[in-house]
Design a binder for this molecule. Structure first.
Ligand code: PEP
Ligand code: MG
Length: 756
């Protein structure tokens, strides 16, 4: 029997049970029998949420005396874990699971294997359906799918029979009154205040079992057509018309929209007897569960795109097209969603959309890239939104501090408004510095450049008045793309960036992918699992061995910079020969272009990043080859201290202002004397005022920093006297304390220089 036929058989039996005149308890008792028999399982049980506890409502195989007696809190035991995490479990040996909890009254000690799925109603787990087996075996995929389908049917029964308290189902329990604070991850910085609006992409599915399979199939076909048409049309929408990252997003959308596998699986689910809506949701639930088991942030981001499309498809098929966007925002809004597709975000009125809180989300998610371009602060990874926030609640979003306050007290709202006003004032004051040159009191011009990585970032150049782009992280284009960016796409991006920069220089750093910045399209054999990704096969190491990748990038850059100066910088150079090899790739492409009589750059300036300490020992050999050198303090400090920069436990352990780092930088700076090579710093360190003071004191005269830091650093530069600062730093470093934080702070305080 095929999987679809088996599923259909189960659905037919469930249909009979549901259509019968039995009362709800009788139906639950019959359901456990149907499932237990079909999955050849000795035990099958249904737990439902009552008074915030999971209660055994029906069972076959466990002691009947345990029904309505065995109760578990959310998060307690395997069942509680499934409901709390909204996640399935499939275990050959239940007892081996750390959350296993033995309940003697159930008599379950004879069972070994265990599989359970959440019963979801209005996006919340309101119960658990599980099966148990005497033999230790994992359940097959088709069996898990059958469980998931049954759980959907049960959620319909639960809704109709009001088996679950409305309180439990809607989350209207204790958590929804009084002030609550919510923490997460800063995805886009900023402050915002407004009323909560749920994006509500999920349609309430009214009917799960199909009356007419052929009709459902036609509905889904038509919905697919319509969705594809919508996606194709998006290209012409203003927001998507600008190209760049948005184009990549659309390409991912198209890839999914035309994915045969996806439509086939939905059709199979319809074959098993589900309505079109239920079939789409079934397939999506299953994909979600499988994706959760794959711990890959990039794949997770793509998953959000697929969720976006699946939700679009359900809305089309059910005719319930309204998201909060289509109803229109009536007031200042903080939008809440589990996750959001970029296209969905763009449907909102920008004047009213003040902030976004996502339960998921990551820095490389497409929606975050779009939000950044829209200037909307985003807090991500905020768990338990539904349990804490009601539609219309007042929210103060402080994405700078990765916090949100729900239903704030008056004093909280006032304090927030105060901060908000100050930040607006500060921004206005900084905006006034746009055309002011960063010249020190003693008359030295400091170069203050900005770091960028996306086409949209370039709008910050005229806004901040930065001297140029000191670090353009070209790998961003690779990271947000589902496939390796083609040469034409790369050329277009680089040309747009150069056009946007006008007369100002842009330093393109060649791709720094590999290691932890994994891209899905590196073949599995190449994407070897690095034990130590930061020190692994990444950046130039990878690019030199994947010559095709480097060649295409070189050609794209040379082509884009035709008739202008091209500044290229190589990341993670560890020995001078690596620089030579990388330069050779560029020179070969240049030769090729010249022979083909193509327009080439008037000059190519080659630079290196100093991120690997070893390079400092051979600086004298490298410098004559370079046009410029830039210290990547993010990587350099992790290597100097042997402390992973991504490890939160080490994040505050070592200080940028520590003697080893500053002495190292001082030595590098001295090493460049007489070489005529200009030395810059392009790590995050340079964007913080106290750290920038130290760098200037050491002799660094070029900083490339995040756009938001340009004005604060210009402001700092204009308040210092370099002779005085250098003398002080030199003195401290000759006989250093563990770090110079205290000394520098005092020095600044005595001169009324704010350094926070
Ligand atoms: C650095 O390492 O300091 C740097 C600027 O590069 P990235 O942060 O992209 O590794
Ligand atoms: Mg680096």
């Amino acid at each position: 029997m095929t999987a679809a036929a088996a599923a259909r058989e189960i659905l037919t039996s469930l249909h009979e049970v549901m259509a019968s005149r039995m009362h709800a308890q009788g139906k639950l008792d019959s359901v456990v029998d149907v499932i237990g028999t079909s999955l050849d399982s000795e035990a099958c049980s249904i737990y439902l949420l009552r008074d915030s506890m999971l209660e055994l409502f029906a069972t076959r195989g466990l002691n009947q005396s345990a029904v309505h007696v065995t109760r578990m809190a959310l998060g307690e035991g395997l069942t509680g874990t499934i409901a709390a995490n909204n996640e399935m479990l499939n275990l050959a040996e239940a007892k081996a699971h750390p959350d296993f909890l033995y309940r003697p009254e159930t008599g379950e000690d004879k069972f070994h294997s265990f599989a359970g799925v959440p019963i979801v109603y209005r996006e919340r787990a309101v119960g658990v359906l599980c099966v148990q087996h005497v033999d230790p075996r994992r359940y097959e995929e088709v069996e898990i799918e059958a469980l998931q389908t049954t759980a959907m049917v049960l959620s319909e029964l639960i809704a109709n029979a009001e088996l679950v308290d409305e309180e439990d189902a809607s989350g209207l329990s204790e958590g929804l009154t009084g002030t609550q604070s919510l923490s997460g991850l800063t995805l886009v910085k900023g402050l915002a205040a407004g009323r909560a609006v749920y994006h509500q992409p999920r349609v309430q599915i009214e009917q799960i079992m199909a009356d007419d399979i052929e009709l459902e199939r036609q509905r889904v076909y038509r919905a697919f057509d319509k969705m594809r048409e919508q996606i194709d049309n998006m290209t012409s929408q203003a927001e998507f018309g600008v190209g760049g990252e948005h184009e990549e997003v659309l390409e991912t959308y198209k890839m999914f929209a035309y994915d045969e596998g996806w439509s086939r699986r939905i059709n199979e689910a319809i074959d098993s007897g589900l309505t079109a809506e239920a079939a789409i949701e079934r397939v999506q639930q299953h994909t979600r569960l499988r994706m959760r088991q794959i711990d890959d942030p990039l794949l997770a981001d793509r998953m959000h795109d697929l969720e976006d499309l699946a939700n679009r498809l359900v809305r089309i098929v059910s005719g319930q097209l309204g998201t909060a966007a289509s109803q229109g925002l009536r007031r200042d809004t903080i939008l809440l969603a589990r996750n959001l597709g970029p296209a969905e975000l763009l449907e909102y009125d920008k004047r009213k959309l003040k902030g976004v809180i996502l339960a998921e989300g990551s820095l490389t998610a497409h929606v975050v890239i779009v939000a950044r371009a829209m200037g909307v602060p985003v807090l991500g990874r905020a768990r338990g939104l539904r349990g804490l926030i009601r539609d219309g609640d007042e929210i103060l979003l402080d994405a700078d501090q990765a916090l949100a306050t729900v239903r704030p007290s008056n004093s909280m709202a006032e304090a927030f408004e105060d901060r908000f006003a100050k930040s607006r004032l500060r921004r206005a004051a900084y905006a006034a510095l746009r055309d002011v040159e960063p010249v020190t009191k003693c008359g030295t011009r400091i170069e203050v450049m900005m770091n960028a990585g996306l086409r949209d970032d370039m709008s910050s150049l005229p806004l901040t008045g930065a001297d140029g782009v000191g670090l353009f992280r070209t790998e961003f284009q690779f990271l947000v793309s589902a496939t390796l960016p083609k040469r034409e796409q790369q050329t277009r991006l680089y040309r747009d960036v150069l056009d946007a920069a006008g007369d100002k220089p842009v330093v393109f750093r060649t791709v720094d992918i590999g290691g932890d910045k994994a891209v899905p399209y590196l073949s599995s054999e190449e994407a070897v699992h690095d034990e130590n990704p930061a020190m692994g096969w990444r950046a130039l190491r990878l690019a030199l061995e994947r010559e095709g990748l480097m060649k295409i990038q070189a050609r794209s850059l040379i082509e884009a910079a035709g008739g202008r100066t091209l500044n290229v910088m190589f990341p993670m150079v560890s020995e001078p020969w690596e620089f030579d090899e990388a330069k050779k790739v560029f020179e070969e492409q240049l030769g090729f272009m010249k022979r083909a009589k193509k327009k080439v750059p008037v000059e190519i300036r080659y630079g290196a990043m100093l991120e690997v300490p070893a390079l400092a020992e051979v600086l004298d050999l490298l410098l004559p080859k370079l046009s410029f050198l830039s210290v990547g303090t993010n990587d350099l400090t992790q290597f100097l201290f042997a402390a992973d920069r991504a490890n939160p436990k080490l994040a505050e352990r070592y200080d940028w202002l520590s003697a080893p780092i500053l002495r190292f930088l001082q030595r590098v700076e001295r090493g460049t004397h007489g070489s005529g090579i200009s030395l810059g710093v392009c790590g995050e360190m340079g964007g913080r005022r106290l750290e920038a003071l130290a760098l200037l004191g050491i002799g660094i005269r070029r900083l490339s920093i995040t756009p938001a830091a340009i004005a604060p650093i210009k402001d700092l530069v204009r308040q210092i006297n370099l002779d005085e600062l250098s003398a002080a730093v030199e003195g401290w470093l000759a006989d250093p304390a563990a770090n110079l934080r205290h000394e520098l702070t005092e020095w600044a305080k005595q001169r009324d220089i704010e350094v926070d």
